[in-house]
Design a protein. Structure first.
Length: 88
């Protein structure tokens, strides 16, 4: 594995929030992996609006909050031909 591939792999893990699970597909190049990861991340991210107080406590704002559904992300990656593996 080249340094460039290793850095890309670490970026994908951090960006996807996968923790100790990695996805790999031998036939995928770096650009495909990044594209698939980004597509699955967007598809698995749910949004909602949440009331949050300002620092002064004098006002409450309705702000968007995003959360990544790990199960939906993993399902999306599997549908694209990736397999899960643990990072030692």
């Amino acid at each position: 594995m080249t340094i460039r591939t290793a850095l890309l792999f670490l970026f994908v893990l951090a960006f996807a929030g996968c923790g100790s699970t990695a996805f790999e597909r031998p036939s995928a190049n770096a650009a495909q992996m990044v594209g698939d990861t980004d597509t699955c991340r967007v598809a698995a991210t749910g949004g909602r609006l949440e009331l949050q107080n300002t620092l002064s406590g004098r006002a409450t704002l309705l702000l968007p909050v995003s959360e990544l559904d790990q199960r939906a992300f993993a399902d999306c990656m599997r549908q694209r031909g990736y397999v899960e593996g643990s990072i030692d």
